[in-house]
Design a protein around this ligand. Structure first.
Ligand code: SF4
Length: 138
């Protein structure tokens, strides 16, 4: 099984912004994928209205959306296609924009918090091939 095809029906998106908190959002999302908690998708694909990504975001999934700050670029992108989501803002979770080191301890702590807070909405389902994966085989 490819690494990106774990995670059941959870898809994770990060704003991946240029700020430290944007980078942390990206790395937290990747950690949630690597640990098998969620499957990756591409925020740019949704923002570009690429049909496969829009269909994935609006399908029978739990979208976990991580924004670095309250500008909430990722949330606004998903809202444009009418997607439901569980939303996290890292500056609401104690991180300071422009003053947070991008280091493993921070990423691990945030990933664990998101994993715990997202677990209640999850329906486990097997995903064994790229056919059911939002990544499109990337
Ligand atoms: S949510 Fe904040 S950190 Fe993320 S891309 Fe937007 S402005 Fe940058």
């Amino acid at each position: 099984m490819a690494e990106c095809c774990g995670g059941g029906n959870r898809l994770v998106y990060a704003c991946s912004g240029g700020a430290d908190v944007g980078e942390i959002a990206d790395r937290v999302a990747r950690k949630l994928v690597k640990t098998g908690f969620a499957r990756p998708s591409c925020l740019a694909g949704v923002g570009g209205h690429v049909p496969g990504f829009v269909a994935s975001a609006t399908g029978d999934v739990v979208n976990i959306v991580i924004d670095g700050c309250s500008v909430a670029c990722a949330l606004k992108t998903l809202e444009q296609v009418g997607a439901d989501m569980t939303h996290f803002v890292l500056t609401d979770m104690g991180l300071k924009k422009g003053r947070t080191p991008v280091e493993d301890a921070v990423i691990d702590r945030i990933a664990e918090t998101i994993r715990i807070k997202s677990s209640g909405r999850v329906e486990e389902s097997p995903a064994s091939t790229h056919d059911g994966c939002a990544c499109g085989g990337c």
